[in-house]
Design a protein around this ligand. Sequence first.
Ligand code: APR
Length: 246
Amino acid sequence: MKLRDLRLPLEPKIVVLTGAGISRDSGLATFRDAGGIWSQVRIEDVATPEAFHRDPDRVQAFYNARRAQLKDPSVAPNPGHLALAQLEGLCGSGLLLVTQNIDDLHERAGSKNLRHIHGELLKRACTACGTKEQWEDDLLTSDSCLVCATMGSLRPDVVWFGEMPYFMDEIAQAVADCELFIAIGTSGTVYPAAGFVAEARNAGAHCIEVNPEPSGNPHFHEIYEGPASEALPRLVDDILRQRPYR
Ligand code: APR
């Protein structure tokens, strides 16, 4: 089955899942490629609730360094992010963008119907009162919550290993209902996101992977092989060629 054989409705239900690979061409490291983040620092030291309880300053410093990268003018949305925003603009509300990434590049590219299932680098959360707020500066353990004034209760609003990803009920329904499922720049190694393609395939969706090193997952019907900044605009063009959107 090929994309060109599909007869997508005027407002197709599309679920897009992105991973660190889509931000690679914007200058942000992935996790598991050679030289990736997890080859520089251990998950157990910076990305678990236990790590934060054991050494909050070390964890805050890890996320502060990644937050600072987003302020680098050279770190900007690439043609892959922009192609997704264009597709959403033309397909209407039928497109749900689910990202595992905690950067803000999809927002800056113009994507609106977006869910960060692993949280957001530019937000902080209070473990005492649950308040979440946009936060662009360094996160310090000496900070106090602006709502409940509790000292030392603030953490990055990111989902650590062993914690439940966000928006799972809504996403499970969207995956079960979609006609087209596209996974971009993800190694497909971390669940539940890694299981979405099998659920979409079983529900009858056409499943496409965009990756320079395809995962080999048999649930994908098609592969657009290449970096997202090149292969994703090509895919979006093929989708738009299907429909009288222009
Ligand atoms: N364009 C598209 N994909 C790329 C590019 C690129 N330019 N460069 C690399 N890739 C692909 C790699 O081939 C790999 O399949 O991006 C993927 C990156 O995989 P990971 O580093 O495992 O990142 P991701 O899949 O997003 O990890 C999932 O694991 O550590 C947790 O919370 C973290 O959200 C993350 C989750």
